[in-house]
Write a protein of this length. Structure first.
Length: 87
């Protein structure tokens, strides 16, 4: 067989074996600034504990106000988390 004819065929077949047809998608990276409303950046103030509580009602009112302040912070933090997770 003629080597001059056979050698180019071998080279061409070897090169086509290395060729890929798989397309690789390019991911587009988009940075977005998360804007958190100022109303979500501060919590209700913690109530001041009384130095002299005369009745159990005074203590109960303080505990209710303390729980309300904590709930306010937890609610606002959950809203901020939803905003950040949505991005």
């Amino acid at each position: 067989m003629n080597v001059r004819i056979l050698l180019p065929l071998i080279i061409v077949s070897a090169l086509t074996g290395c060729q890929t047809i798989k397309e690789v998608p390019v991911k587009r990276i988009v940075e977005r600034k998360v804007e958190v409303p100022k109303s979500l950046l501060s919590c209700s103030a913690e109530p001041v504990a009384g130095s002299v509580w005369i009745t159990q009602r005074d203590v109960a009112r303080y505990l209710v106000q303390l729980a309300a302040a904590g709930e306010d912070c937890r609610t606002k933090l959950a809203a901020v988390k939803r905003l950040v997770d949505a991005q």
